[in-house]
Design a protein around this ligand. Sequence first.
Ligand SMILES: [Zn+2]
Length: 71
Amino acid sequence: MFATMVVDLDHLLATPVYDPDRCGIGFHLLHSYPAIGVYLVLSMTGRTRLIGLGLVIHMVLDWIDCIWMAL
Ligand SMILES: [Zn+2]
């Protein structure tokens, strides 16, 4: 589950670090669509399944935030 927190470090690389009106999905490097594809693959393969699953869940939660913003 640690890796799922590490992925949020790329939020810190963004300027401004925290913007409540910004959708993180597709904006941050580790939240880009290619990265999400990698997480999906990780979540389906043996040893990295838990890490991949945690990352996918993280992306889903960030994505739900985006939906709330859009409403
Ligand atoms: Zn995030």
